[in-house]
Ligand binder design. Sequence first.
Ligand code: TXA
Ligand code: MG
Length: 313
Amino acid sequence: MQVNLAEAADLLKRGKVVAIPTETVYGLAADARNEDALREIYAIKQRPADNPLIVHIASSEQVLDWAETFSPLAQKLAKAFWPGPFTLVLPAKSAVSTIVRAGEPTVALRVPAHPIAQQLLQQTGLGLAAPSANKYTQLSPTTVQHVEDGLGQHIPVLDGGACQVGIESTIVSVVGEQWQLLRLGMILEAEIELIAGVATISEQKTLPKAPGQHLLHYSPKTPMQLFSSREALIQAATTETNCAALLIGDGKIDNGLTFNLPNNPAEMAEKLYDTLHQMDALTVTKLLIETPENSPEWSAIHDRLSRASYKVH
Ligand code: TXA
Ligand code: MG
């Protein structure tokens, strides 16, 4: 059910859940201080209660409404990457609902750049908890159509067009002057390191891990297989009776539908989930996916593709 900005703001203020656009993916938003509304998000998504939500705020000025500390390093990162596809995990104020942070001592905060998300945050004055607007483990939505297909027509949705970043935000945990990457995204580790002036702390040291980062995630329903070699993909296609392929750049397979995405990380990310949604809607038995080169600019796309193709044995 589509709603306009004023209706969305009104629903959110009354403790209802609304799917909203952001520049990364659509979020299933609710007032982050309203525990009934937060429970509704988990129920609609069928999300385990140990997987915390990101709180979206209008600007860095609101960080200290949620976080106990906003260290100089966290401030530097916020200044460089907000508004944008970047989430900071900081020590939480004790008043922050344990539901939104799933019992963690930290809270995840993001200032989205999408103009409609910004207007909504400013008009409501709320912090909006918003996970991606899809059922648990399914593909994230980047259009209103994806939200409606995944969650049903009864969820109020605010249309903001197709998401331009296309994959979920980069998540960084900051404790004092140390930081750690918790989820890869289109803001790269090297860019963060440049701003931070220090390298990420090593894996062994214990900054909080991202809970809820299960391997099986962002998955289409159709089985997916990844290929780093175009030749191997073409060869595999000849042995399949009913498949579709996703190729990077030009080219096609002979015995199935081919989808092509640009050989450029930002452009591929923008279209990735939409293409996987389209491929998943076909009645084929397998999706053959060509993977990009192994370089840092492609790391977030590799991450999403490997999670999407992960199968429980
Ligand atoms: O781009 C995005 O981040 C989108 C849009 C809607 O903003 N949101 C999104 O939310 O991807 P979600 O719930 O699908 O993923 C958020 C992830 C969780 O899986 C969890 O690992 C991490 O954020 N997270 C949230 N709060 C955390 C916390 N306190 N500590 C560590 N990780 C946290
Ligand atoms: Mg998600």
